[in-house]
Design a protein. Structure first.
Length: 267
């Protein structure tokens, strides 16, 4: 059920994006899929952004690409270009992504603002604000999308990197289920696999199905399926998902729900 909501929201967002690009889409006076860009009528004023800042616990940031500094003073860029080779730096910087384009397929253009979310309530505040003001909304976890899917120019970014709490459980039962407890790990939306392997394997001596690269985000990889070296034995990362806390497209921050692919009664 949650997956249906999620897909519906995702499909609506994608259709909206294409509507603005199709020939003739500009003929309509105000196509419903259009998103407001900076400088256009309807772009939130300073007071509105301050309201979002308060709703998100003071965690609203104006995003500036570090690359802009290079345009202004090219000589000072040597250190920046050294840093760009560091995937941790790229993941930890809201104006960058780990893959800065794939054979010129796309060009990095950062968001206008980011909510450096720490709670599901911060995410919900950002989703509500984007909905109310008809802004482009994008989510960045580990920033490893080769397709640039966590990068959208002039958008509001939900930046989850600080939501990286990890808790290993000996006996876990997904919400609403009455099954026998299993060992599990709860992972925040912004955690990267290196942090999870450290918590689960190095510290507790257990296995968790992820991918091969330590700097890839957990949420992005799981939603993409997630294939790793031991997937022949243990399957995709997504197939191990027991429960997820989801903020829906209407800005409602939900309680943990069992994952639809492994419902309590479906086993
Ligand atoms: C160097 C490298 C190595 C890789 N190795 C593997 C591998 O071994 N196995 C494998 O299966 N894949 C691998 N991938 C692919 C990777 O799993 C996907 O690109 C994945 O989507 C990256 O997730 P992310 O969070 O790092 O990226 P992001 O770019 O932050 O996010 C990817 C997508 O997920 C969305 N997203 C992220 N977090 C959330 C969230 N909390 N809620 C909703 N949407 C969210 C973003 O909006 C975006 O659309 C690799 C990619 C790279 C660049």
């Amino acid at each position: 059920m949650i997956r249906r909501h999620w897909l519906r929201a995702a499909i609506a967002a994608i259709c909206g994006l294409f509507a603005a690009r199709l020939p003739g889409a500009g003929l309509a006076a105000d196509p419903p899929g259009n998103r407001v860009r900076p400088g256009e009528p309807g772009w939130p004023d300073a007071a509105a952004w301050e309201r979002l800042n308060r709703a998100a616990g003071g965690r609203l940031l104006a995003v500036r690409s570090p690359l802009e500094a290079c345009r202004e003073a090219p000589a000072g860029c040597v250190r920046l270009f050294e840093s760009l080779r560091n995937p941790y730096y790229l993941g930890d910087e809201p104006g960058l992504t780990q893959t800065l384009g794939w054979v010129d397929a796309w060009t990095l253009r950062p968001s206008a603002y980011a909510v450096a979310a720490q709670t599901a309530g911060d995410v919900a505040a950002a989703v509500d604000f984007a909905h109310e003001h008809r802004l482009r909304l994008v989510v960045k976890g580990g920033g490893h999308s080769y397709k640039g899917a966590s990068n959208a120019a002039d958008s509001l970014l939900v930046w989850t990197r600080a939501m990286n709490a990890i808790e290993v459980h000996d006996d876990f039962v997904p919400a609403g289920c009455a099954e026998a407890p299993v060992p599990a790990v709860s992972v925040g939306a912004g955690a990267i696999w290196g942090q999870v392997y450290d918590a689960v394997t190095t510290r507790v001596g257990r296995y968790v199905q992820g991918g091969g690269c330590l700097t890839v985000g957990v949420a992005g990889l799981v939603q993409a399926g997630g294939f790793g070296s031991f997937s022949k034995a243990y399957g995709l990362a997504a197939a191990s998902l027991l429960e997820a806390e989801v903020v829906t497209a209407d800005g409602a921050a939900g309680s943990p729900m069992p994952a639809p692919i492994r419902t309590c009664s479906g086993r």
